[in-house]
Design a binder for this molecule. Sequence first.
Ligand SMILES: [Fe+2]
Ligand SMILES: [Fe+2]
Ligand SMILES: [Fe+2]
Ligand SMILES: [Fe+2]
Length: 472
Amino acid sequence: MSISRRQFFKVSAGAVAVTMAESVLACGSLRTNGMTQAETPSQSPARHMQEERRSAAGGTPAAHSGRSFNPLKERGMPIDQQFRNWAELVGKPYDAHNVPAYTRTRIILMNGIEVEAAVFSHQFTRHTNDLELRRELALTRRIEQQQQKAIAGLIPGEETTLEVVIGYEQLAVDLTAWLARHEPDPYARQVYEFGLLEDFDHLYRYADLLHFTQGKRAEEIVDRLTEIMPGRPTKLEHRHPFDDVRRPVAGAKAHPLTNLQVLTLVAAEQQTMNYYMNVGNRPVEPIARGLYTEIGQIEEQHVTQYETLMDGSMSWPAQLVLHEYNECYLYHSMMEQEEVPRIRQVWELHLAMELEHLRRAGELLRKKDRRDPEELFPQALPVPLRLEPNKEYVRKVLKEQVQLTADGTEFVSMGKLPANHRYFDHQETVNGIWVPTEQVIKQHIATKGQEYRFQSEGEHPVEEMRQAKRLG
Ligand SMILES: [Fe+2]
Ligand SMILES: [Fe+2]
Ligand SMILES: [Fe+2]
Ligand SMILES: [Fe+2]
């Protein structure tokens, strides 16, 4: 049985889209500076959450389906009912002061997933002359774009670019760590752990920039759920491009979870790469511009390393099914974990849409490749992805792997590389006379007397990286 748009909005009486449409059309005067009366600081966060919970009545059948949920069997919302009007799309942003850190990171993740959905669909379109296929892609892509707008619009304008960056790097740390902990393929797991330590270092460099330029402590943004201290130093992450190309492990013979996890990580890193490409020239301070430039190049390396785990021989229709299946898996996962009811309803609504995208992509696979989607994907969703603290795990990986670099497709200790390795030549070229990620720490020490760190679990696990430096 399919869910109609009318039915969906009826069961989800508190759906953010409907709430927003109503507040824009009927109660526009209540909104000042992007905040409604319900979110004014005079109201306690607990009371606010209670009210949101009360408004979250009902849900889709998917919301109550548990872990045996099979997206290939469920019917979603008919495609012609999926379009929303502008008032429905421009939702009420979250309250930057009260939003849980993992709600913020879930929004960043799903924004990146929708960007990937749209970009992939454009690429597919450029690789076929089939008019019917191009129309089908244009149709679902327009919905993916609406979903992206609805999610991106949840991030409030009050959050500065740099505060948003802290969310991006927290996501990179806790998403990569969770994926590594659950990855069935040992090589893919090693690749994730390698990348994890680099994004962990980015979080620390940006947190120091935030503290000395805006006086804000990043631990308050990450809700103290992620530690902030040096990882693999960014200046050592600059490798020759050949050394970021990995071996393909995904594909028809891979564990289905590997295929999903690799795609998720590609989309998340691509989103970070794109974000730094776009916002890197917005700050005035040279040190901030330098940080975006240097770290932005590492995100390019990360996209390269994760996308080269993918199976380049997979057909375009099969890749489309993989994308839609992954969107179902992730919205279902987000929905299971989401603690803010009105955000949860966005995940529910989008899941209902993705189920129909998946069904249509499956039809396309049958028609074009003469294959059933059931051959490629499991009949029940894997364990739901969770964003949660990974402090002990990150500390263990730090202690054991901080000294690693890549040599071709494999990982080795930096000290084992021959002196004439391309790694050293490349570093000398790009680091030249100025390394912004080192400078930012020096500047922080110069202005504040010591580094900014947030170490809730004790000393740094790597002895040489212990103790924030002090002046004098
Ligand atoms: Fe989507
Ligand atoms: Fe990063
Ligand atoms: Fe990254
Ligand atoms: Fe989709």
